[in-house]
Design a protein around this ligand. Structure first.
Ligand code: NDP
Length: 237
């Protein structure tokens, strides 16, 4: 397919899981894709070799590095901010530095990357941030920092949609439910509890999320902005 032929796409966090599926989708659709990674150089090299995309090591916790990578990627038609981490456990026991790092990766990086990308994004540009259904619904204890970070992305999209809309640039949040990745394996210990909340009782596939991202990045979605798009088997319903 050539739906994104000639388009320049940057995926923040593309070495594994949902991000790698997004890289594969845009590359298969003809885009020129750059993606970042931090801790998985071998996985990144494999995705780059397989797709013909460019891998750049950039820690999403490092604000200045994120901004520099977006700037150095040139004018982008599409920015996808996917990198994200979760910390589980008793809020009273958690390391505050680790929590602040989560906020840098999950909240600060999407904000700064989006603003930097918009500086040179052409009319029709697309910004897509990977949030979570946990931005809407947090049915278990021990994940308040993660839920907070994903709710924050809703405000990010609503606000920046106002800033960039006059230039024809859209910004949207994709909110997955359980998706089968290293971070949330389909056969993991939380499987039955998560499926009990769902109408479609299975983990989603990274490719299903990538499909929603591709639609939001495409020409049919030019009137869609400042909105949350949940893909969760009704986890949050
Ligand atoms: P994985 O842990 O499987 O993959 C995470 C990806 O993000 C990897 O490519 C990783 O790269 C990258 N990443 C993580 N931290 C950093 C960092 N500091 N700097 C740069 N890149 C980083 O996660 P998923 O694919 O499952 O999740 C992707 C996104 O989807 C996240 O935002 C997550 O919150 C969200 N999500 C996932 C759900 C799920 O059930 N899987 C459900 C709802 C939302 P590297 O290893 O190279 O550091």
């Amino acid at each position: 397919m050539t739906a994104f032929q000639g388009k320049s796409v940057l995926v923040i966090g593309g070495s594994r899981g949902i991000g790698a599926a997004i890289v594969r989708r845009f590359a298969a659709d003809g885009a020129r894709v750059t993606f970042t990674y931090a801790g998985s150089p071998e996985a990144a090299a494999q995705v780059a070799a397989e797709t013909g995309s460019t891998a750049v090591r950039t820690d999403s916790a490092d604000r200045d590095a994120v901004i520099a990578t977006v700037r150095d990627s040139g004018p982008l038609d599409v920015l996808v901010v996917n990198s994200g981490i979760a910390i589980f456990g008793d809020a009273l026991e958690q390391d505050p530095d680790a929590i602040d790092r989560l906020f840098r990766i999950n909240v600060h990086a999407p904000y700064h990357a989006s603003v930097e990308a918009a500086r040179r994004m052409p009319e029709g540009g697309r910004i897509i941030v990977i949030g979570s259904v946990n931005g809407d619904r947090m049915p278990v204890p021990g994940m308040a920092s993660y839920a907070l970070s994903k709710s924050a992305l809703q405000g990010l999209a609503r606000g920046l949609a106002r800033d960039f809309g006059p230039r024809g640039i859209t910004i949207n949040v994709v909110q997955p439910g359980p998706i089968d990745t290293d971070a949330n394996p389909a056969e993991g210990p939380m499987r039955d509890l998560m499926h009990s909340f769902m109408a479609i009782k299975r983990h989603g596939r990274p490719e299903e999320v990538a499909g929603m991202v591709a639609w939001l990045a495409g020409p049919e979605a030019g009137f869609v902005t400042g909105a949350m798009h949940t893909i969760d088997g009704a986890f949050g319903a």
